[in-house]
Design a protein around this ligand. Sequence first.
Ligand code: FE2
Length: 235
Amino acid sequence: MLSPDSTPNRLSLSKAPEESQPNADLSGAREELLSKNSPPGFHRGLSLPGLLEIFHPHDLSVVQDALSQVTHAHPETVFAVGSVARIKRCFSKDLAKLKGLTPEGRGAFVGYLGELASLYLQWNDCARVHVQLAYVPFRLFERDFEGAGFHRDRRLRRLLTSPDAPGFDWVLPEEVNEEVLRQIEKGKEVQGLFKPGAEIKSLPQGAVALFRGSVLPHRTPLWTGSRTLIVVDEG
Ligand SMILES: [Fe+2]
């Protein structure tokens, strides 16, 4: 899965950026608060405290329309770090470079990125966020064995969503054989990842996941169309 780029330039081509070391785990108080109150602009989906919280935006149509205006010839990643206001300022400037995006579309998209950053800050007590936007115009993932692609991230607390494609496939940690998962994470082709009764679940298009990246086994979904991926981490 794409993770924050560590290069100094905020606008750069994305290959396989390295993830940073895990951040410290924090108390569940914010999660408890968030599980009881839907943040503005979202309604609650699945809640698995300590593992995964799913939210659904009330209306993504303006953002999806804006994204459909954009034409991308190559994979591209843009990211910004800072407060919500700074995130919005940076993306407003960067997204002006995208071909096909109208000023109205840009405004809607930047507003939505700000909402996602705010949602992340309600869940994780930190001063700055790192928001990454990755466009993949076309990609075909090969799956030559059952558990291919499943992994955990080095980052603990992450927000991930794709307005125009599924977010990720995921399974509960107790549904997989830990040792097999470790081998697959090392790039080995090993059978027997799933325990009996395990079910691969999908984060639907547009849904927003707040999840423990280092705990939740997940993978990029099979998707052959264009995909816009938004990932928020602690900045
Ligand atoms: Fe990942």
